[in-house]
Design a protein around this ligand. Structure first.
Ligand code: ADP
Length: 191
């Protein structure tokens, strides 16, 4: 089993690359953002609790996302591997994930960081906000707030995996297919 994290600022293209990687390698995609939006769409009690948090561009509590992830891991016992997208976003989440994966005997293999300039991320998100009707993508102020949260809370997670030597970064400012090729080269020796 191969466990991989895709990380990067909001708008760096994590979801798009994840879809391409799933088609190519058959991992199970675990996106906490998608899980939260699904709950909001269903109008579940959890969805109601988190709706305004997502709309503001704040982070949902560690406890909520950890429980979503842990349920999904348990629901996919035979997976070839998991592709974590948008998780872990805080050091607490990273430590819980590390412990969980160690217990399964398949510790995290690699974090792939997508490098894209803030200005490009902002432009992409504003475009996506119009197309997908995502309330957190509609104005520059919220997007800058999410980028600031990323630098404050998620960059320490990147350093955590850098220290463990489980880290690569790839440029994703251009074509996602090109990025997929770069990522495939990194994965070849470990697949
Ligand atoms: P993006 O990377 O573009 O911000 P996501 O779909 O990954 O998109 O996340 C959307 C929102 O969902 C975040 O702004 C946050 O409110 C919430 N969220 C997603 N994943 C997490 C997480 N691991 N921890 C806390 N909040 C999260």
């Amino acid at each position: 089993m191969l466990n991989i994290i895709i990380a990067g600022p909001p708008g760096s293209g994590k979801g798009t690359l994840a879809k391409l990687m799933i088609e190519k390698f058959g991992f199970v995609h675990l996106s906490t953002g998608d899980m939260l939006r699904r709950e909001i769409g269903l109008g579940s009690p959890l969805g109601k609790e988190v709706e305004s948090i997502l709309a503001k561009g704040d982070l949902v509590s560690d406890q909520i996302v950890i429980s979503l992830i842990s349920n999904s891991l348990k629901a996919n016992p035979g997976a070839r591997g998991f592709l974590f997208d948008g998780f872990p976003r805080t050091l607490t989440q990273a430590k819980v994930l590390d412990d969980f994966l160690k217990k399964t005997g398949h510790p995290l293999k690699l974090m792939i960081l997508l490098k894209v300039d803030d200005a490009v991320c902002e432009m992409r998100l504003l475009r996506r906000g119009g197309i997908e009707n995502r309330p957190d993508d509609t104005d520059s102020e919220k997007i800058r707030h999410r980028l600031a949260t990323y630098y404050a809370q998620t960059v320490p997670v990147i350093d955590h995996y850098k220290k463990q030597g489980k880290f690569v970064s790839v440029d994703n400012s251009k074509d996602p297919e090109h990025t997929l090729n770069q990522v495939s080269k990194c994965l070849k020796p470990i697949l």
